[in-house]
Design a protein around this ligand. Structure first.
Ligand code: ADP
Ligand code: MG
Length: 660
């Protein structure tokens, strides 16, 4: 011992403990002024009738409980000054408890039960395993390391709890009726063990109502009605043999108090994860039901993000297909009775000079009868300018586009879309150079356009024939005015400005009558994006509500768990767990719960996504979506698991231990 001999190990002065009073029922004075001094190396029995206050005294001695008044000095220091972490440290390093009801954790094996105090002390895993196995071996349980408490007899369970008390050294063994629940043979074995420990230098404080058992001790203290009535050496003291392996000295220096060796958090985390998994597995049906909320929440978050991303990419593809800088100009009736305004080629020429306009192209088109061989087809033929491939980002893949000279000369040449090639020339190896009859006018095919439908999402766009504007006007439709005009703005980011400039100029040209209409791709895409946004918003609301419901479920399950495992919490505290260890354990559990929900949610999202894909909805899953969902699940677990976990951590060790 590092404490000077003059200072007793434990010194109680006028310790009193009362229950009830004020509002908590009738006031009961259980301890009524206990004065007691215990020194290193003592083997003491505290005897007394049932209800005399022995257990209450032991709980105070073991720092599981605080007295109502009086002074408790441990190695000369006032325990009242210790905070809860230091008390936990004392329980962990100095005391070892042996209870009448064994108080083992039912879901853990014998070895895991024994190792628990070492986990909280931060002992490295290998050393921990070795020491626990050696202790159990020494107590005759070498073949029972992996057994759970319910697979052991009472005597064996009590030996496991003695091994646990010794795990961190066990300077002071506090045994409360250790033989009370045992048959006489097991009881004798346990007493022999305590004898041996006392002989080795452990302080053993044995609490019993049985005088025969007490007679094994070297000092007998008798308690009656909360007072010490007798304190004498035992009549037949056994000659104390020299300590064979005295417990390592207790270091009470302030620096090490309440601290845990480095690396403890990993062992604790593993222990917490194991305990969490066991608890969840034991109640798997309840767990699964509770998780539904989180599963639905996470699944809708992931699906929402995937559908959002999918439609965003689709919109981008459409913008890329026709260009976001395109403005369409057409005629419009300003009033219901007035005729639709006409855009003339003079208007087009005037607009072409605007600096905001990069390219401008009148279009003159209609459905036409197209004959090849002796088969007729009805399809769209449009008269366009030579800018067609550039303005619509729509290249020719075979042959060539018509030239400006051909346009000026109204040459009867045609460039065909992919669908036209498939429908009209399906039996022809090379359509270039063949003649088509459009409205009975022969046109020579000079080029084939790239496929556009896949990118734009509109497969009809490939079923068109492009001829020079002049040829369409002169040879097919007999009108020189364009049906509509396609304008490419100079700057894709300033389409709106270009639109305003065009609007101003046309208004002047049309003498103030707005008999024309301007539309652009960007506006159309924006409108579509708005609908999609509201869809996302709805999914988001579902996700939020589900996560809330899931969170409440997690909280509910955690509250139940804490209630069901109050005894376990008490045991963990008695073996030296700090409040934050308990908090961490239950938070880990809540988080594991919601992470499982998150996993199941992501899995169902993938399944839903596969289904949506079959239904032709664009779905793009991203790691960010899965991560976001996991973050949501984790946050939910953290948020809703905190209250129950804190409730567990704040439990009073004695109340937790004695709650049925
Ligand atoms: P022993 O261990 O000697 O049998 P205890 O210390 O367990 O006695 O209890 C002593 C007395 O204190 C008993 O009369 C019991 O009813 C009372 N007591 C113990 N715990 C509480 C409590 N939490 N609230 C009220 N009374 C209690
Ligand atoms: Mg008792």
């Amino acid at each position: 011992m590092t404490t000077p001999d003059a200072v007793p190990l434990i010194q109680l002065r006028d310790i009193r403990k009362a229950y009830g009073g004020e509002d908590g029922g009738p006031r009961v004075e259980v301890l009524r002024g206990i004065d007691l001094t215990l020194s290193a190396g003592e083997f003491v029995a505290i005897v007394g009738a049932s209800g005399s206050g022995k257990s209450t005294l032991m709980n105070i001695l073991g720092c599981l409980d605080r007295p109502s008044s009086g002074e408790y000095r441990f190695a000369g220091e006032d325990v009242a000054d210790f905070d809860s972490d230091t008390l936990a440290w004392l329980r962990r390093e100095a005391f070892g408890f042996v209870f009448q009801g064994y108080h083992l954790i039912p879901s853990a094996s014998a070895q895991e039960n024994v190792e628990m105090p070492a986990i909280y002390a931060g002992t490295p895993a290998a050393e921990r395993h070795r020491r626990a196995a050696a202790l159990l071996e020494r107590l005759g349980l070498g073949s029972r390391l992996g057994n759970r408490p319910h697979q052991l007899s009472g005597g064996q369970q009590q030996r496991v709890s003695i091994a646990r008390a010794l795990m961190n050294g066990g300077h002071i063994i506090l045994a409360d009726e250790p033989t009370g629940a045992l048959d006489s043979r097991s009881g004798t074995e346990v007493m022999a063990l305590l004898d041996e420990l006392a002989a080795q230098g452990h302080v053993v404080i044995l609490i019993t109502h049985d005088r025969d058992v007490a007679a094994r001790a070297r000092r007998i203290i008798e308690v009656r009605d909360g007072l010490i009535v007798d304190d004498r050496p035992a009549s037949a003291p056994s000659a104390a043999p020299l300590p064979a392996c005295a417990p390592p000295p207790l270091d009470l220096r302030a620096g090490s108090r309440g601290t845990v060796r480095a690396g403890a958090w990993r062992a604790e985390l593993m222990d917490a994860l194991r305990a969490a998994w066991r608890a969840l597995w034991l109640n798997r049906f309840r767990t699964a039901l509770t998780l539904l909320g989180i599963v639905i929440g996470v699944a809708s978050v992931v699906v929402m993000l995937a559908v959002g991303e999918g439609s965003k990419r689709q919109v981008m593809a459409q913008m890329g297909a026709f260009g976001s800088n395109i403005i369409y100009l057409g005629g419009y009736s300003p009033t219901p009775r007035s005729p639709e305004g006409r855009i003339s080629l003079d208007d087009v020429a005037a607009l072409a000079s605007l600096p905001q306009v990069k390219r401008i192209m009148p279009v003159n088109g209609a459905e036409t009868v197209v004959r090849y061989g002796n088969v007729d087809h009805v399809m769209y033929t449009g008269g366009n300018g030579v800018d067609f491939p550039a303005i619509l980002n729509w290249p020719v893949v075979e042959g060539r586009f018509f030239t400006a000279e051909e346009d000026a000369a109204a040459a009867p040449v045609a460039v065909i879309g992919q669908k036209v090639r498939e429908r009209v020339f399906k039996d022809v190896a090379d359509p270039i150079g063949r003649y088509l009859l459009i409205e009975n006018v022969p046109f020579r095919v000079i080029g084939l356009l790239a496929a556009k439908g896949a990118a734009s999402g509109d497969s009809d766009s490939d079923e068109r024939i492009v001829v020079p504007y002049s040829a369409a006007s002169v040879r097919l439709f007999g009108s020189h005015d364009p049906e509509y005009v396609i304008i490419a703005a100079a700057d894709a980011d300033r389409v709106h400005e270009a639109e305003q400039a065009i609007d101003r100029l046309l208004l002047r040209l049309h003498r103030g009558v707005r008999d024309f209409e301007l539309t652009n791709n960007a506006a159309m895409i924006q409108a579509e994006a708005r609908t999609r946004n509201s869809l996302s918003l709805m999914l988001g609301a579902i996700a939020a509500i589900s996560l809330l419901v899931g969170g409440i479920g997690v909280m509910n399950v955690m509250l139940m768990t804490v209630r069901e495992r109050t005894r376990e919490i008490g045991i963990r505290m008695a073996t030296g767990a700090r409040q934050r260890d308990i908090l961490r354990q239950f938070l880990t559990e809540a988080m594991m719960l919601s992470l499982l929900g998150g996993l199941a949610g992501v899995a169902s999202a993938l399944a839903i996504g596969a289904g949506l894909r079959l239904a032709d909805v664009a779905v793009v899953f991203s790691p960010a979506a899965a991560l976001g969902a996991f973050a949501c699940a984790l946050a939910t677990g953290m948020l809703f698991g905190y209250t129950p976990a804190r409730q567990a951590a704040r439990l009073d060790p004695v109340i937790a231990l004695t709650r049925p």
